[in-house]
Each structure stands twice: as structure tokens, then as C-alpha cells.
Design a protein around this ligand. Structure first.
Ligand code: HEC
Ligand code: HEC
Length: 449
């Protein structure tokens, strides 16, 4: 009898402990749900859900001139990585060695794995992009590089106006900015075509990044039948072009959604998808951190421009090309609109898959998520050129504890990290070339030989 009693007692103690742990977990879940629901007008936390990338009808902000279909997505999924169309480089010797993905590497959160992206004019890859460097064949001003850290390619379905300045796209935040479309920057005239941001952006990007597509090229690389399948309604004379290439890549972009991140699985109802620390961090994000003052909706971004006073790329302490104190990119939205009220204001970026990004903010001024969180916590602008009156009124000290900051970082780093991004990357491209880069050193680094 005594034995039985001891056993029962022990058993009930275990039961009580298990029950307590369970309630502890679900109290945290309830607290997070409650915090999140207060940040959306519907009160429904599913407002933060990203759609399934294969259910095209659920993908927002499509271009009426370029509805998504699976042929476009399949084609864009290769062309974005295709080094074979890198045909108008500055020096013939580096022809067909670079691609869009030279600066947007999927495993690095679609950033270059270094402080600045360089496509034509650079060689090498290293382990993750950090080993790319200017070729001796080029002068600094001849390489293809821009004065801001490249933006990511996931969750672009939530980006109606592209670049840190929101320059491309005829609609959304660019309604009323028509005066700025015909200025000295002739690239912006594309906004008169009435396209969404991704279509306009990609069309221009293909030119800026020195790529070429025509019938002869699609024939020789093996893409002609894929263009036929994707664009049957476009006349042959226009079917194999930079414009259709841009449209295919835009369709592909809209399907790249980080919907397998733990936070997404948690919203769908899997309470065990996030750790307790990630849940605590999420609560900080939605309450004391006031991050949703700016980072909103399924992608935790916004088509809004805010000044948080960070440094520019030319002062990152690294050797950078084709930028400096007078780069209009340093003025953010104001560099595009020329309206002083927009000076130093940058687009609120999305927050998924930042784990491997390495360099944060438009000027690559931070190298870890810890530093980013410390920056928002202290709210002391690092860039003395940004006038105080330009700073966002909600860029204010947060007074988070060390534990709260660590929890918030863990939520950002792993709670918002979709580990299955490879599903959006092709196993090969039609040319059979190495990608993201195809120069001699990159091939060695990437194991392509
Ligand atoms: C030399 C590096 C480089 C290459 C190559 C490159 N990009 Fe980019 N990309 C950037 C930079 C830098 C930005 C941000 C520039 C800015 O905002 O001022 C950017 C931004 C973008 C954006 C805007 C995203 C957003 O959220 O607003 C899109 C879309 C994009 N690139 C697509 C492409 C496509 C398509 C190609 C190939 C045709 C390409 N990129 C090639 C560097 C590059
Ligand atoms: C005032 C609006 C605002 C608030 C509030 C805000 N952010 Fe941001 N966030 C931005 C803007 C704008 C940028 C881009 C700034 C730049 O690069 O010039 C940014 C950039 C970031 C980045 C870097 C992303 C990248 O691609 O480099 C992270 C991470 C981030 N914010 C997290 C947070 C967190 C966490 C909070 C809450 C503690 C927060 N933000 C609060 C506006 C805001």
C-alpha cells in the first residue's frame, strides 16, 4: 500500500508540474495574441499571415498588365540567376559572369553578403558573397555598384514602390509625384508607363545591371519555348525582350514569401512553433518596443518613409564604389521627390530572414541585430546631418531591459526566419552556367568546375 501511495503522490506531482508548464506556455501565447490584436484594426491576428506563394489569387498588389501565371514564375525563377544574359558589361572579358543575384543572394536574405553589392566589374564569391572584389580590369567608377545596401527579394508582394526611396511604380505612394518623373534621372520616366513598382523596377534594373535579352539570345541559351509559354499573347516581335524578362521576374518575386517562418506557423495555430524566448521577444515587438508604429502587416514593412538618422554607405568604413557625400540616395525619399520635407526619409523595410544579412540599414552601418535593437532602444541618431525635425516623432528611447533586448533579437533572428528559402531557388539555369556569378574565381568558390 505504501508503495502505491508513494507512486500516486509522485505521479500527481509530475502531473501538476506538467500542467503548470502548459499553462505558463499558453499564458504567453494569450499575451502575444492580445498584444498583436491591439495593433490591427480588425483585432484579428491573421492579418499578419503571409499567403501561400502558389495560391496566386491570394497574392496582393499584382500588376493588371502582368497577372501571375506559373510559366512566368518558372521563367523568372531562372532569369534572375541567369549569368548568360549579362552581355553588356563594361569589359568584354567579364561578359556572362554576373546576374541579378550577384547582389541578391537567396541564402543571405537576398543581400550580397557584403556591405555593398557589385555585379559587373567584380570577381569572386568567397563563402557567401563576402569574397567578391573589384576586378583589376576595371576602374572603381566603371563597376556596377550603387550607393545603398541592396534590398531583399522576399515578401515583395508587399512593396508597391521600390528602392529605399520608393522611386519606381506609378501608383501607391507615387501618386502626386509626377513632377519628379521627368527630371534629370531619365530612368524614372518609366513611371509614365502605368506599371506597378516591381515591373518598372525590373525593367530598369536589367538595363542598369548590364543585361540583354532578344530572340537570338533566348534561342542560344534555350529560353525561347519558356517565353512562348509565359507570354503567348505578346506578339513575337516583343516577346523576347527586357520587358518580358522584367515581367517574368516580377511574377516570380511576388511568390517569394517567408510563410514557413516560426512566427507564421505560430499564427496558424502551432503554439510549439516558437520558443518561449521568441514569444517574449514578439511581445516586446508588439508592445514596449512600439515597432509596429512603422513595421506593419504581413511583411512587417510599410510603404512609408521615415527618418531614423542612420549613416550612409560611403561612411561605412569600407572601400565603396560609385557613391559619396553627394549621392542623391543619401537623401532617401527626398532624393527622388526633391521635396525637403522628404529628405533623409527611407522606406520602412520588411523584417523577415535578416539572420544572415550581415549588414543592416541602407548604409550598412550595423553588423548585427543586437546593434540594430540597441540603436532603436537608445534612439540617438548616428548621422549628424539629419536635422532633428526630420526624425520620426516615434523614434524615441524605449528603455528596454537587457533581457527584453535579447528576447527581441531572438524573435527577429529566428522567430522571423524561414529556413526553407531554397524552395525559391532553381537547381540550374538554362545556360548551364554557374550562378550567382560565373567568373573564374566565383566558379572555384562556388564549386562549379
Ligand atoms: C550591383 C548590385 C545589384 C544588382 C546586380 C541588382 N540589384 Fe537589385 N538592388 C540593388 C540595390 C543597391 C538596391 C537598393 C537601391 C536603392 O534603394 O537605392 C536594389 C533594389 C532592388 C529592388 C527593390 C526592392 C524593394 O523592396 O524596393 C528590386 C525589386 C531589385 N533590386 C531587383 C533586381 C533585379 C530584377 C535585378 C536584375 C535585373 C537586380 N535587382 C540586380 C543592387 C543590385
Ligand atoms: C519610426 C519608424 C520605425 C520604428 C518605430 C521602427 N523602425 Fe525599424 N526601420 C525603420 C526604417 C525607416 C528603417 C530603414 C532605415 C534606413 O536604413 O535608413 C528600419 C530598419 C530596421 C531594420 C533593418 C532592416 C534591414 O533590412 O537592414 C530592423 C532589423 C528594424 N528596423 C527593426 C525594428 C525593430 C525591432 C523596431 C522596434 C524596436 C523598429 N524597427 C522600430 C523604421 C522604424
Amino acid at each position: 500500500m505504501k508503495k502505491w501511495f508513494a507512486f500516486l503522490l509522485g505521479f500527481s506531482v509530475v502531473l501538476v508540474i506538467v500542467a503548470c508548464e502548459k499553462t505558463a506556455v499558453s499564458a504567453l501565447d494569450e499575451e502575444l495574441k492580445d498584444a498583436m490584436s491591439k495593433t490591427v484594426s480588425s483585432g484579428d491576428i491573421r492579418d499578419y499571415l503571409l499567403p501561400d506563394g502558389s495560391d496566386y489569387s491570394k497574392i496582393p498588389n499584382q500588376d493588371a498588365k502582368n497577372p501571375i501565371n506559373s510559366f512566368k514564375v518558372a521563367l523568372g525563377k531562372m532569369l534572375f540567376y541567369e549569368t548568360g544574359i549579362g552581355l553588356v558589361g563594361h569589359d568584354g572579358a567579364l561578359k556572362q559572369t554576373y546576374s541579378c543575384s550577384s547582389c541578391h543572394i537567396p541564402s543571405m536574405g537576398f543581400t550580397p553578403g557584403r556591405f555593398q553589392g557589385i555585379a559587373d566589374g567584380a570577381v569572386g564569391f568567397g563563402d557567401h558573397g563576402e569574397g567578391r572584389h573589384k576586378s583589376e580590369l576595371y576602374l572603381g567608377e566603371e563597376v556596377d555598384a550603387q550607393g545603398a545596401r541592396p534590398l531583399t527579394m522576399h515578401n515583395l508582394a508587399y512593396v508597391t514602390n521600390t528602392l529605399w526611396s520608393g522611386t519606381f511604380g506609378s501608383f501607391g505612394t507615387n501618386v502626386g509625384t509626377e513632377h519628379a518623373w521627368s527630371g534629370e534621372d531619365t530612368l524614372v520616366q518609366i513611371n509614365f508607363l502605368g506599371l506597378e513598382g516591381l515591373e518598372a523596377n525590373n525593367f530598369r534594373a536589367l538595363q542598369v545591371h548590364r543585361q540583354l535579352v532578344n530572340r537570338q539570345i533566348t534561342d542560344s541559351l534555350g529560353y525561347t519555348a519558356l517565353f512562348d509559354a509565359a507570354f503567348p499573347d505578346i506578339p513575337h516581335s516583343e516577346r523576347y525582350s527586357l520587358k518580358t524578362t522584367a515581367f517574368a521576374i516580377a511574377a516570380y518575386f511576388r511568390t517569394i514569401l517567408t510563410n514557413k517562418a516560426p512566427f507564421q506557423e505560430w499564427i496558424k495555430g502551432d503554439a510549439s512553433a516558437m520558443t518561449e524566448q521568441q514569444k517574449r521577444g514578439a511581445i516586446v515587438f508588439f508592445t514596449k518596443g512600439h515597432c509596429t508604429n512603422c513595421h506593419q502587416g504581413p511583411a512587417l514593412n510599410a510603404m512609408r518613409y521615415e527618418a531614423v538618422g542612420v549613416n550612409d554607405l560611403y561612411e561605412s568604413g569600407h572601400e565603396v564604389f560609385r557613391t559619396g557625400p553627394n549621392d542623391k540616395r543619401n537623401l532617401g525619399r527626398g532624393g527622388f521627390t526633391k521635396d525637403p520635407r522628404d529628405y533623409y526619409k527611407f522606406k520602412v523595410p520588411q523584417l523577415y530572414n535578416l539572420k544572415h544579412t550581415q549588414f543592416y540599414f541602407h548604409g550598412s552601418s550595423k553588423t548585427s541585430l543586437e546593434e540594430v535593437v540597441d540603436y532603436f532602444d537608445a534612439a540617438v541618431p548616428e548621422n549628424p546631418r539629419v536635422p532633428v525635425e526630420q526624425l520620426s516623432p516615434v523614434f524615441r528611447p524605449l528603455y528596454l531591459s537587457a533581457q527584453e533586448k535579447a528576447d527581441l533579437v531572438e524573435f527577429l533572428r529566428n522567430g522571423l526566419y524561414d529556413p526553407f528559402i531554397e524552395r525559391y531557388v532553381p537547381s540550374s539555369v538554362m545556360s548551364g552556367n554557374c550562378f550567382p556569378n560565373n567568373d573564374h574565381y566565383s566558379k572555384r568558390d562556388l564549386g562549379c568546375n
